[in-house]
Ligand binder design. Structure first.
Ligand code: 0R9
Length: 644
C-alpha cells in the first residue's frame, strides 16, 4: 500500500472513481463470481477492440499462479501515453482513472467489440487492489502502478529500445469488494474461445499458471464453426444438412449482422446472441427481431407452397422448436438493460435484424426447397405433437375435475394423510404383489396402486391412446395433478412415486415403459425428483439365526462370502423369490416398504445427460427391443443410489 499524500490531481481522480467503489453492482452487475469475471471481460474486450479494428493480431490472457490475478496483453498500437490535450496528464492515466463515455477519445465512430472503447478499464482499476499497465509505444516501454484506482507511481519510461508495440494490463481484484477473488479457469477459457469463434481472425492464448497449461484458440471458420461446436455439444441432430448463414453490412445504419441458423431434432430452441461480440445472455431486441423474422419467413414459405395440413394450427413455438442458432449484431452505441446489463435495449435492433433476416431466409428457402421442406416437416411434427398433447390433457382434466376423492381409481388403496409431502404412492406390478403391499404398508401415508393390464409404450402411441390406456389413466387420476401442458404440480397428491416391480426382465420392462410415460407426458415429476424405483430383494439368506437380503447375484455372493469368512461352518439357507407376489407382507414391509430399512433409487436426469436421454428414449423406445433392454440395464445402475 502507498503512504503518499494526495495531490489535488489525485483527489480529483479519487472522486472520479468513487461511485464505482461505492456501488460496484451498478457497473459490473454484482460482487459475486459473475461480477469478478466481468473485470476480465472488460479488459479482454478492449484488446479485442484493438484487434477487430485491424491493429492487433494476438491477445494473451494469463491466470496467475495465485488464481486471483490476471494479465491481459495485446500487440496493438498501445494505449497513448502522451499528455492528454485538456487534462494535461498522460492519456493512459485518463483512461484508467475517469469514468468516461465510449468514443470520446477518438472521433472515428467505428464499431468496437464492446462498443465502449476502453470504458471498462477505469472500472477494473477502481475495483482492483493492484493494477499495473505496461505500454510499448513510440520506441519505448512505459509503466504505471495503481492501487484501488489511485496512481501510486507516475508513468515511467522503463526502456527505450523496443520496436514492438502493445498494451499489457495486470490486475488483482480487491478482496474488500468481492465475495471471493478466486477466478474460475474454465469459465475464462470458455468465454475466450467463444470470442475467437465470433471473430474469425482473432488468436487468443490462455495460460493457466496453476495448471501449467497453455491453450490457443483460433477459429477461422467463425460462427459457422461455432455452430458445428454447438450442435455437437447439444448432441442435436440437424434435420437439414446446410445451415443458413448470413453476414450482411447495413452501411446506411452503420451496423453488421452475422447469424447462423439450423433446425434440429432437439425438443428445445437454443439461441446464442451477442452484440459486438459481447454475450447478451438475457436476449433483447436483436433476439426479438431474429425470432420475428424466422416466424414470418417460415410461415410465408409454408403458405406459398401450400404445406400446412388443413385444420392444423401452427404456432410460433412450433416453428422455433429445434432451432440451434447464433446471432452477433455489430452496432454503434448499444444500450443494455437489466441488472447485469446483458439484454439489448435499442428498439432499432429489432427492425434491423428482422428486416435483413426475413428477406434473406425466404430467398434461401425458395432456392433450396429440399431444405425448406425438411424444415416444414419438422414444424408440422411439432405442431401435431402439441395439438395431441393439448387435446388429451383437457380430456383428462375433464375426467379428474369432478371431485378429488370421488374420482380416484377403484384399484387405489389410498393413504389417510392428505399432505402430499409425507405421502407415497407405490405403483405395484400385479394384483398379488398389490395384496401383499396393501397388508404390509403403513396406511397413514403409503398408498398402493396395483397394475394389472399391459402398460402402453407411450413413445409409440399418440397421447389420445395413452390416455385411453386404463393403467396409465389410473396413474394420472391417482396422482391428481393432470398431464401434459395442463400438469399442475400444486395438485400432486404424493411427493414420492415409487415404482415397485419384480426384479426380473418383465419388471424392468414395465419400469421402462412407466419411465417413458413420465418422461414424455409428466416430465416435471422427474425434474422435481418425485419418481423413485424400489429395490425388492431377489434372495433371502438365513445363517446363524440372522436374516440377510440380497438385491442380486453379486450381492448374494458377497453376503455369503462375508458369512463364511466369519464362520466357516455356518449353515446357510438360501431362498430365491420368484416375484413380489410370493413375498409375505411382513417381508415386503421389512425389505422394501419400511423407510427405515428399504433402499430406493431416485430417478434423475443430470443436466449434461438431458439431450442424450431425449435421443435415447426416442431411439430405443421407438423400434429396437434389444437395444431397449440394454438401455434399461445400463440406466438401472446409473440411477442415483439413495436411502430414503
Ligand atoms: C490489454 C488490454 N488492452 C487494452 O486495454 C487496450 C486499449 C487500447 C487502445 C488502443 C490500442 N490498444 C489498446 N489496448 C488505441 C490506440 C490508439 C487509438 N485508439 C486506441 C492510438 O494509438 O491512437 N485504446 C483504447 C482507448 C484508447 N486507447 C484511448 F482512448 F486512449 F485512445
Amino acid at each position: 500500500m502507498s503512504t503518499k499524500t494526495y495531490t489535488g490531481k489525485d483527489i480529483q481522480v479519487l472522486e472520479g472513481l468513487d461511485p464505482v467503489r461505492k456501488r460496484p453492482g451498478m457497473y459490473i452487475g454484482g460482487t459475486g463470481k459473475p461480477g469478478l469475471h466481468h473485470l476480465v471481460w472488460e479488459i479482454v474486450d478492449n484488446a479485442v477492440d484493438e484487434a477487430s479494428n485491424g491493429h492487433a493480431t494476438y491477445i494473451e490472457v494469463v491466470l496467475h499462479r495465485d488464481g486471483k490475478s490476471i494479465t491481459v496483453t495485446d500487440n496493438g498500437r498501445g494505449i497513448p501515453v502522451d499528455l492528454h490535450p485538456t487534462k494535461k496528464i498522460p492519456t493512459l492515466q485518463v483512461i484508467l482513472t475517469t469514468l468516461h463515455a465510449g468514443g470520446k477519445f477518438d472521433n472515428s465512430n467505428y464499431i468496437t467489440s464492446g462498443g465502449l472503447h476502453g470504458v471498462g478499464a477505469s472500472v477494473v482499476n477502481a475495483l482492483s487492489e493492484e493494477l499495473v499497465a505496461i505500454i510499448k509505444r513510440d520506441g519505448g516501454t512505459f509503466e504505471q502502478h495503481y492501487a484501488r484506482g489511485i496512481p501510486v507511481s507516475k508513468l515511467k519510461k522503463t526502456s527505450s529500445t523496443t520496436r514492438k508495440t502493445g498494451t499489457s494490463i495486470f490486475f488483482r481484484p480487491d478482496s474488500e469488494i468481492f465475495e471471493s477473488t478466486e477466478f474460475d479457469a474454465d469459465r475464462i477459457r470458455e468465454a475466450l474461445e467463444i470470442k475467437t469463434y465470433l471473430n474469425g481472425a482473432l488468436r487468443i492464448v490462455f495460460k493457466d499458471e496453476a495448471k501449467g497449461e497453455t491453450l490457443e484458440f483460433f477459429h477461422e471458420g467463425g460462427i459457422a464453426e461455432y455452430q458445428e461446436y454447438l450442435l455437437n455439444d447439444l448432441n442435436a441432430r440437424p434435420v437439414h444438412e446446410n445451415a443458413f448463414l448470413l453476414k450482411q453490412d447495413e452501411i446506411r445504419l452503420g451496423s453488421r449482422v452475422e447469424l447462423v441458423l439450423q433446425w434440429t431434432e432437439s425438443p428445445k430452441e437454443h439461441i446464442k446472441s451477442f452484440v459486438n461480440g459481447i454475450p447478451t445472455v438475457d436476449g433483447g431486441t436483436h433476439e426479438q427481431g431474429f425470432r420475428d423474422a424466422i416466424r414470418s419467413a417460415i410461415r410465408s414459405y409454408m403458405d406459398t407452397h401450400d404445406l400446412i395440413p388443413r385444420k392444423l394450427d401452427i404456432g410460433s413455438d412450433d416453428i422455433r422448436e429445434g432451432i440451434v442458432g447464433i446471432i452477433n449484431l455489430f452496432m454503434v452505441d448499444p444500450q443494455f438493460q437489466g441488472q447485469t446489463k446483458e439484454k439489448l435495449n435499442n428498439p432499432s435492433a429489432r427492425a434491423l435484424v428482422s428486416g435483413v433476416l426475413r428477406l434473406e431466409l425466404e430467398q434461401f428457402l425458395n432456392r433450396h426447397p429440399s431444405t425448406g421442406d425438411a424444415i416444414a416437416t419438422r414444424v408440422i411434427q411439432s405442431a401435431k405433437a402439441r395439438h395431441a398433447s393439448r387435446a388429451a390433457a383437457s380430456s383428462v382434466r375433464r375426467k379428474s375435475n369432478v371431485s378429488h376423492r370421488l374420482n380416484l381409481p377403484g384399484k387405489l388403496a389410498d393413504c389417510s394423510s392428505t399432505d402430499p409431502t409425507e405421502s407415497e404412492l407405490f405403483i405395484v406390478e400385479g394384483d398379488s404383489a398389490g395384496g401383499s403391499a396393501k397388508q404390509g404398508r403403513d396406511r397413514m401415508y403409503q398408498a398402493i396402486l396395483p397394475l394389472r393390464g399391459k402398460v402402453l409404450n407411450a413413445e409409440q402411441a399418440s397421447l389420445k391412446k395413452v390416455v385411453e390406456n386404463k393403467e396409465l389413466s389410473n396413474i394420472v387420476l391417482a396422482l391428481g395433478c393432470g398431464i401434459g401442458e395442463q400438469l399442475d404440480l400444486s395438485r400432486l397428491r404424493y411427493h414420492r412415486i415409487i415404482l415397485l416391480m419384480d426384479a426380473d426382465t418383465d419388471g424392468l420392462h414395465i419400469t421402462t415403459l412407466l419411465l417413458t410415460f413420465f418422461y414424455r407426458y409428466m416430465r416435471p415429476l422427474i425434474d422435481e425428483g418425485y419418481i423413485y424405483i424400489a429395490q425388492p430383494p431377489l434372495f433371502r439368506i438365513d445363517a446363524a439365526k440372522k436374516t440377510y437380503w440380497a438385491l442380486d447375484e453379486e450381492d448374494r455372493d458377497a453376503i455369503i462370502a462375508k458369512i463364511e469368512s466369519k464362520n466357516r461352518k455356518a449353515k446357510i439357507d438360501l431362498q430365491r423369490f420368484k416375484g413380489l407376489g410370493e413375498m409375505m407382507p411382513a417381508t415386503l414391509k421389512a425389505t422394501t416398504l419400511d423407510p427405515e430399512k428399504r433402499r430406493l433409487l431416485r430417478v434423475i436426469i443430470p443436466d449434461e445427460f438431458r439431450l442424450e436421454t431425449e435421443n435415447t428414449i426416442s431411439d430405443l423406445m421407438g423400434k429396437d427391443p434389444s437395444a431397449r433392454f440394454r438401455f434399461i440395464m445400463q440406466h438401472a445402475y446409473e440411477a442415483e443410489d439413495l436411502d430414503v
